[in-house]
Design a protein around this ligand. Structure first.
Ligand code: NI
Length: 161
């Protein structure tokens, strides 16, 4: 089994668990946040898709790593994301950016996944970035689960039943 097919399966499995959680998000709570300085529930969902989109651009060579990291560090996520209005639109956006990343992963040989991207004093391989995105999504899924608990919405059990 090639590394790319392992990563495609892994990314799909991570996403399936995220979608299980997102099914529980009440549409009328998209703009809810536990504190004023934190991303809202809808903004967290949007952010997962934005990360997939942005890193796919880095992986594809459309964006250079260094300016991307500089820009990312200077961004205020609350401002950049803005208000999120529709759960359906967010779910559609998530699917599009997820598929774009899967398309990139599926096209890579094992050697291509080892390509090194350099910037801001760091060196990462394509494989590191893909694994990092899976970790990133899991991290924010955990935040979303916490938000749902604070809203008294039952979250899916981690073992899936
Ligand atoms: Ni993040």
């Amino acid at each position: 089994m090639s590394q790319s097919s392992i990563f495609v399966d892994y990314k799909n499995a991570i996403r399936a668990r995220t979608l299980d959680v997102l099914k529980k998000v009440p549409e009328d709570k998209l703009n809810w946040r536990p504190a004023p300085e934190l991303l809202s529930l809808g903004q967290l969902i949007h952010h997962i898709g934005q990360a997939d989109m942005a890193w796919t651009k880095v992986l594809s060579g459309d964006w250079e790593l260094e300016p991307f990291l500089d820009l990312r560090r200077s961004m205020d996520l609350l401002e950049v994301i803005g208000e999120v209005e529709s759960l359906t639109e967010e779910l559609e956006g998530l699917e599009i950016t997820h598929q774009e990343l899967l398309k990139w992963i599926a096209a890579q040989s094992d050697e291509e996944l080892e390509k090194v991207y350099e910037g801001a004093g760091r060196k990462v391989t394509g494989r590191d970035i893909v694994l990092g995105l899976c970790e990133h999504e899991s991290h924010h899924r955990g935040q979303i689960v916490t938000y749902l608990r604070l809203l008294n919405v039952a979250d899916p059990q981690p073992w899936g039943f």
